[in-house]
Design a protein around this ligand. Structure first.
Ligand code: XLS
Ligand code: NI
Ligand code: NI
Length: 437
């Protein structure tokens, strides 16, 4: 097969002085940061759906991205050719991982059996290409939202047959993910939510969702799939209210239904902001509960209220993300997965390279800045100082459980008034952060 990107050589690290847009200025995969290579820290992944199935179409206009390697048909041959292009791309980019939905890689047939057969035919090529290049599968997932059958949801549908179809689809996708050595498996509840409570039995739907996840856990165990299960929170779009709305909602659901030991979270920047949080908030919340699994790296547009899935280039954002990830011990077996798409106007194949190189460099730079911040320890020292009243005396009694309301009342009655407060120093800290960026 002729190359899809004949004019592109393997993207190289050329250092911060380079003016070559098709080179890395910061991402130097073998460079060591905090005792690990950048490649091990960042575990970059390319997504199949946006990068190889994205067409640039929107509700107002047709596809702008007509790829020369794509014959426009829904055939298995076309899907197999596209798979080889995907690996040529990842290989030239130097991305160690990729991620896919079952329906991105292979065409859906008119029956489940036919769809499974199509999937097997493409998985053969994916496996061959993985072996040829050493590129690995970060995660697989089943698309349980595009087909009209899922209009009311998949695991939270009101139609038991649709629930069964979704189960069969995830069963197959787990088998395929295992076959390809996938190190995680993601559940994003695209239509697991509701538009209107008048037609929704929320309790029943959530019971069903939990039942579905328990079945997935049991089947993974049965076939010996040992990848990490991840739930990807998102508050809305396509449904008005999605059940997995943010990290806290997911963790509460998992805990309530005794699923917490089997799942971590895949946190996506644009979903965090749609939920009214920052990415750093979501990462911190997941991290402190031991549930930080992986990230979908992208960014939204503050002027637009939907999931625009843009490539991240903001160094503040990537610094905050990497700072929090380092704090909670890293991502592996998760990774930095570019769930991001080039804009409709960026329709040339080479834009896919520009987008990923920019995102990878932004993360590499964020990683280095975060490591410097941590090495200097100034924020840690100031944070520790802020809570130092809990390090001894009455504060230590509160933390260790030695104090109760009566003891605290007696303590304050004797003192008359609480000790004076100290400044929060927000502006000083924001300014301090700028010293590293
Ligand atoms: C959509 C989600 C989706 C998941 C995988 O908003 O981000 O792409 O990552 O199903
Ligand atoms: Ni995502
Ligand atoms: Ni998304």
């Amino acid at each position: 097969m002729p190359q899809a990107f004949p004019e592109i050589q393997k993207i190289k690290y050329e250092g911060p002085q380079s003016k070559n847009p098709l080179a890395f200025r910061w991402y130097n995969e073998n460079e060591t940061v905090e005792g690990k290579s950048m490649k091990e820290h960042l575990r970059f992944a390319v997504v199949y759906w946006h990068t190889f199935r994205g067409t640039g179409s929107d509700p107002f206009g047709a596809a702008t991205m007509v790829r020369p390697w794509d014959d426009g048909s829904n055939s298995v041959e076309n899907a197999q050719r596209r798979a080889r292009v995907a690996f040529e791309f990842c290989e030239k980019l130097g991305a160690p991982f990729y991620a896919f939905h079952d329906r991105d890689v292979a065409p859906e047939g008119s029956t489940l059996a036919e769809s499974n057969k199509n999937l097997d035919a493409v998985v053969r090529v994916l496996k061959e290409e993985q072996q040829r290049t050493g590129i690995k599968l970060l995660w697989g997932t089943a698309n349980l939202f595009s087909n009209p059958r899922f209009m009311h949801g998949a695991a939270t549908t009101c139609n038991a047959d649709v629930f069964a179809f979704a189960a069969a689809q995830v069963k197959k996708c787990l088998e395929v993910t295992k076959e390809l050595g996938g190190v995680n498996y993601v559940f994003w509840g695209g239509r697991e939510g509701y538009q209107n409570l008048l037609n929704t039995n929320m309790k029943r739907e959530l019971d069903h969702l939990a039942r579905f996840f328990h079945m997935a856990v049991a089947y993974a165990k049965e076939i010996g799939f040992s990848g990490q299960f991840l739930i990807e929170p998102k508050p809305k779009e396509p449904t008005k209210h999605q059940y997995d709305s943010d990290a806290a909602a997911c963790l509460n659901f998992l805990r309530a239904y005794e699923l917490l030991p089997y799942f971590k979270l895949n946190i996506e920047t644009n979903h965090a902001t749609l939920a009214g949080h920052t990415m750093q908030h979501e990462l911190e919340y997941a991290g402190m509960q031991g549930a930080l699994g992986s990230i979908d790296a992208n960014t939204g547009d503050l002027l637009l209220g939907w999931d625009t899935d843009q490539f991240p280039t903001n160094i503040y954002l990537t610094t905050e993300i990497m700072w929090t990830i380092l704090k909670w011990g890293g991502l592996a077996p998760g990774g930095v997965n570019f769930d991001a798409k080039v804009r409709r106007e960026s329709f040339e194949p080479i834009d896919l390279f520009h987008a990923h190189i920019g995102g990878m460099d932004a993360f590499a730079r964020g990683l280095k800045i975060a490591a410097t911040i941590r090495a200097e320890g100034e924020f840690d020292r100031l944070l520790k100082q802020r809570y130092s009243s809990f390090d001894g005396g009455i504060g230590a009694d509160i933390e260790s459980g030695k104090a109760d309301f009566k003891k605290l009342e007696a303590y304050i009655l004797a003192k008359g008034e609480a000790a004076p407060n100290q400044s929060g120093r927000q502006e000083m800290l924001e300014h301090l952060l700028n010293r590293y960026i």
